[in-house]
Design a protein around this ligand. Sequence first.
Ligand code: FAD
Length: 329
Amino acid sequence: MNQEFKGVWTVAEINDGKIETVSYELLSWGRDLATKLNVELSSVVISNKVENLDSLIQYGADNVYYVEDKKLEHFYPDVHTNILKKMVEDFKPEIILASATTRGRTLMPALAAKLNTGLTADCTDFEIEEKTRSLIQIRPAIGGNVMAKIKTITKPQMATVRPKSKLPLAKDENRKGKITKIEYDEELFRSKYTWIEFKKDESSVQPLQQADVIVAGGKGLKKPENFKYLQNLSKKLKGAVGATRAVVDMGWIDYSHQVGLSGKTVSPKLYIAIGISGAVQHLAGISSSKYIIAINKDPEAPIFKISDLGIVCDALDILPLLEKEIKSG
Ligand code: FAD
């Protein structure tokens, strides 16, 4: 066992200087594990500007290590990976957690490969194996039908964590911790990529994986124009629009909206599936939704087997009614 590795790290997600809620959710997991292992919990911030670092302490961290440099204005996977790798080599944490967001899913596999260690993606729970002090990483597998328990035997043990799988701890404004700026050579900030542009997704109020409500559509919507109903509905419900791979493949909507095995995994409070058959690959991405409403004209559609409420009807009859009746929240 690599005894020199010690402490739990969470990788904070920062957008335009602001700390995203998923960073506080991660700290909630991190606090749990650090307490069981009797080690410190540290949050790592890599950004061009940082605000409110104290809040990471208030939500459970003992330390904040931050790298702040104007060259980090955009997310360059190679630069962020190299900085994090250097930090891990310098501080040697035994566990590293990041959110299973697009950024976390890009950063963590590259980091694990560079550190020559294992990574479990998309975890929803964790345990500590008492005898070995190892992290047991738990995640849904086989379309959400079983929970796999995975133990990586190399250190650091790394995992991405499904957003919304745990609530942040209550904020404690009296909590004390240490905030440390880490400085590295210019060399580490050089990317082989050139930034072209950033296009904001205007179709949803919330990023898909952070939305409490998702209105998702499949082939039963018949044509791409009908996604406008879903967009309007999701805006009224302050949520996001999801889609099946079938409609993404047909070019009806962008891949960033795809939910499922080869798309995003979501955990909203409410998932409304409209004209979606419920293929196992789609269900794999929605199994941890709290409440599922399905609208499908086929009463035998598999989606009804996992729905809390099923409505058998033509989606194109009900969507204009829903749009009219549902008022903005
Ligand atoms: P369909 O299966 O064609 O279902 C359309 C549904 O609409 C039917 O149930 C029908 O009854 C209903 N319908 C039709 N007309 C109406 C109407 N007027 N009103 C109401 N209902 C209506 N899929 C994903 O979604 N996400 C993934 O990440 C994903 N990854 C995959 C990975 C692999 C390796 C493979 C092999 C497949 C993957 N798929 C994925 C594809 C998946 O198997 C299905 O093909 C896809 O989910 C089906 O999409 P759908 O429900 O829109 O279409």
